[in-house]
Design a protein around this ligand. Sequence first.
Ligand code: MGD
Ligand code: MGD
Ligand code: SF4
Ligand code: MO
Length: 768
Amino acid sequence: MARMTDKKNTDGSDSGIDRRTFLKTSAGAAAAAGVGSAGMAATQEASAQSDTEEGWTASGSCWDCHQLCGQRVKIQDGKATELKGVDGHPRGSAGEGRDGTLCSKGHAQIEKAYDPYRIKEPHVRKNGELKKVSWDEALQEAADLFREFKDEHGPEKLMLMHGYDTDDMWTKLLMNIYGSPNKVGHTTICHGPWSDTWAWMGGVGRPWGDNKNAEYIINWGRNEMESFNGQWQPKGILDAKEKNDATLVTIDPRYTKTAQHSDTWIPIEPRADGALALAMGNVIIEEGLYDEEFVDNWTYGFEEYRQAVADKTPEWAEDETGVDAETIRKTAIGFAEAAPNCHISIWTGITNAGNGHKTAQNIHALNGLVGNLDRPGGHRFFKATVDLADPYGEAGVEFPANHEDVPQVLSDYEEYPFHHVRGLSYTVLPEAVQNGDATGLFAYWANPLKNSATQEWFDALDELDMIVAIDAYWNGMTRRADVVLPESSQLEKPMFGAGGPGSYSQRGWVTGSKAAIEPQWNTKPGFDILKGLSQKMGYGNYVPWDSKEEKINDALSGMGLTLDELDEKSFVFGDEYGYESWKDGGFNTATGKFEFVLDNVEAYVKAAEQAGVSTAPEYIPAGEFGQMPDDEYPLEFTDTFVEQISRGGDQTLDHSKELLAERWGLEHKDYRGNYLLINPEDADPRGIEDGNMVTVESPAGSISLMAHVTEGIKPGYVTTSWGWGEGSITPDEEGGNSMMLHSADQIEPVIGMADRHIKVEVTNGGEQ
Ligand SMILES: Nc1nc2c(c(=O)[nH]1)N[C@H]1C(S)=C(S)[C@@H](COP(=O)(O)OP(=O)(O)OC[C@H]3O[C@@H](n4cnc5c(=O)[nH]c(N)nc54)[C@H](O)[C@@H]3O)O[C@H]1N2
Ligand SMILES: Nc1nc2c(c(=O)[nH]1)N[C@H]1C(S)=C(S)[C@@H](COP(=O)(O)OP(=O)(O)OC[C@H]3O[C@@H](n4cnc5c(=O)[nH]c(N)nc54)[C@H](O)[C@@H]3O)O[C@H]1N2
Ligand code: SF4
Ligand SMILES: [Mo]
């Protein structure tokens, strides 16, 4: 445990809390709060305590995975010392009267608040080096840089990159007023292929399942019991199993936590999911199990779909997918017989591939076939039935529209078909930088160096004329910035959100909290940073509020509610709403129907033509757009999430890393990085044993990781968790950046999604 105290104090000042004391007080709760049934049961004990008990005097809202699970915060001597969940919370519990909990990442928010790795002071680059400066100087420097940039390059050369944000002011400031049209968020590194396809076909929001009313759930290329967005998802699945005796099927080349809870685990050949989906459609039609009434009256393109699946029998799919025909038949029948109380949860396991959008279309089509759309237990079209006021309207602020609707950065990129469907692709931006189409970057809560094409991004960041960043940590990107504006973490600022998806599938809600503790060191909440920047840029009149609290109160005025009241309650309900919303006005498509075929979506038609794919569901074998393992690189690699770590920002958290090491039984090793999961069949011939350091090599680069040899992954497939190594927050510690293995030409051709299926070879031995 010596490593618990050897954390570098990156920019001088002290962390403000004794690390050992913190770990002693919070370790029990955090360790218990893993995930799924075991973890949640353990934290329920904590939440059984009364909220009025001494010390639990503040509220919080966890934003680590963007879902705002409600928190109660114990404050002792001005410090947050313990967290617990809020009963009945729409995101943190399974519904009314149910215990509220926090997952291990939620509990880690205390460690994050006092994390010495955080950026503690504003910084400005002077004579090539980042120097600590006052807020006034940093904001002035940022404003000056933006002004000079606009004069020299024009606002259309500025890229705006964001991950989560905690205030929307930055888009108003840098798009509406300043005039940059180039906003790039998560779409082409996270969900684009399924979310775009879902929307084009007629889906609303994301294909979130109505878990608690479900009888059959397929977890497809997703690990929902581990990488959940908000705890309502895994809790809802466990509820469905317990109360409805629901069947859970997991389709994944890994034996994930979700697979462990499942009735059936289908270890599919990676990227062959499109074939499986078509074969399931074939069975459902052959068996006459589709929803004829829904298909006849509410869908478009069924004949083409029927033709597309006519010869895609389970026997045909068996060869493609490695899944036996009987299992395919049984799954298709089980799913269709449970309809409409059935749904499919998909995410990065489907999207992360060159054929991802077409696979997603084939999978979404199954929902149209069985008619589970916005029906109980099916895919919910969640609504936010709360009467929020527009805070800008309340304050009488109107914005100009100085930006174009279409991103400019890629205007020269005619050869990329995705340009016509969706403006900016994360993975192609380094090339835009090299071509001089993008010359500046504003990054809010985003570090591109770990998301795709890392080497190209390193080169691109070096080329840029200006980088301004709002971030909480020193990472590869902030270390390269010209101005660094440190944001306070979630416990240090007011938080607010309105649902949306959550455990109440028939009620809207709002949730929020005031700051539980003071901003740490010399950091500021995002709102305050953006207000300061607006003033320095001469746009101060667009921010009429003195504080974020005031702005939230303006929004809440529509509900006759104040932030003080919301903070006390943690969440407040809106009205109830019903199912089958499409019956009122139809689906949001050209035909008003759910569309199997995308020939009415102009942008898609053009992109599909350029990529050489059909507008109808079809099977695109893995190698068509993407790498295939070969003699030199015989294994297939993708990276995945782990329960203990949230995306690219938690790699500094000692306790989280300790939990991860314990999880793989490797806590006795002097290594706290990411681990390569490899099957004994692949490890043995390479002389690799559990806990060995190994080198993973692809055509693009190589990294060193510690191997965890496990039967829980399909032979031929290897994986690790991402966000570590070069360019991350902990570049000098253990762990490797998986995207050093990736290059910018690995891209899905319709939406521009990063294709992270990479051919690799693994050898024993590697640097630690
Ligand atoms: N703990 C934690 N939770 C998170 C996050 C986090 O950082 N940490 N991030 C959140 C975010 S932003 C997102 S987008 C979601 C993502 O949530 P998920 O999509 O559930 O993410 P993963 O855990 O990577 O799961 C993807 C699964 O797909 C499998 N897979 C890979 N290739 C294929 C394939 O070709 N076919 C099939 N069928 N499966 C395949 C992988 O083995 C993996 O188990 O998680 C969210 N939740
Ligand atoms: N290799 C690989 N890359 C992936 C994925 C993958 O599966 N594999 N998944 C992708 C997915 S699904 C998503 S959604 C994206 C997300 O990727 P990004 O949008 O880049 O977001 P994060 O990784 O969450 O965080 C980026 C940085 O935000 C900073 N940060 C942490 N906390 C705070 C805070 O409180 N305030 C501010 N201002 N900054 C903070 C940290 O420095 C962190 O490095 O990543 C994608 N990248
Ligand atoms: S599920 Fe997400 S929002 Fe909820 S406690 Fe965990 S990390 Fe925080
Ligand atoms: Mo994501």
